[in-house]
Design a protein around this ligand. Structure first.
Ligand SMILES: [Zn+2]
Length: 165
């Protein structure tokens, strides 16, 4: 595409034609005395004008608008992901309540149970590191060697104290 643009000095508000119908001189700035000589055919001139001086402003406005619209899209995606999680919980609860489920879903639910087992093992490790256990009834923290909760009196599960060995 022949988009050659030449800057000339000219009085503000002035217009000029070259003899050739396909060659136009068009004033792009009213102040400062510049115009652009667009050596192009007529249909391309309108396009060139719109892509020239105001181009930078237009492009940056476009970028701001596009990034704001992209932000809206990612908001919608986040909301979708929340719904996916909610759907998953509904399905998992159906699994727990022994509802009939497809094999694929059943495998995924069983995988969650395996992770629950891992979490229990890790929680036991934490108890041993901190030498503190939580009352299953009231949630109060106590030393692992205590048999009855000092707060609610409920009998506690005995935990092997690795650190005393
Ligand atoms: Zn308690």
């Amino acid at each position: 595409m022949n988009n050659e643009v030449i800057m000339h000095e000219i009085n503000p508000g002035e217009y000029s034609y070259s003899g050739d119908i396909y060659k136009y001189n068009y004033i792009l700035m009213n102040e400062g005395g510049f115009y652009m000589d667009l050596k192009n055919n007529f249909s391309k001139i309108t396009k060139s004008i719109s892509e020239s001086a105001s181009n930078v402003v237009q492009k940056s406005n476009e970028l701001i608008e596009v990034s704001s619209l992209n932000g809206e899209i990612s908001n919608e995606e986040k909301k979708k992901n929340m719904i996916y999680i909610a759907i998953g919980k509904v399905v998992y609860n159906s699994f727990i309540n022994k509802a009939e489920l497809s094999e694929e879903i059943r495998h995924k639910c069983e995988a969650i149970l395996e992770h629950d087992e891992q979490i229990k093992i890790i929680m036991d490790k934490i108890i041993n590191v901190k030498r503190v256990k939580k009352c299953p009834n009231c949630g109060v923290d106590m030393n692992i060697s205590i048999n009855f909760c000092p707060d609610c009196g409920v009998m506690q599960k005995l935990i092997e104290d690795d650190n005393t060995l």
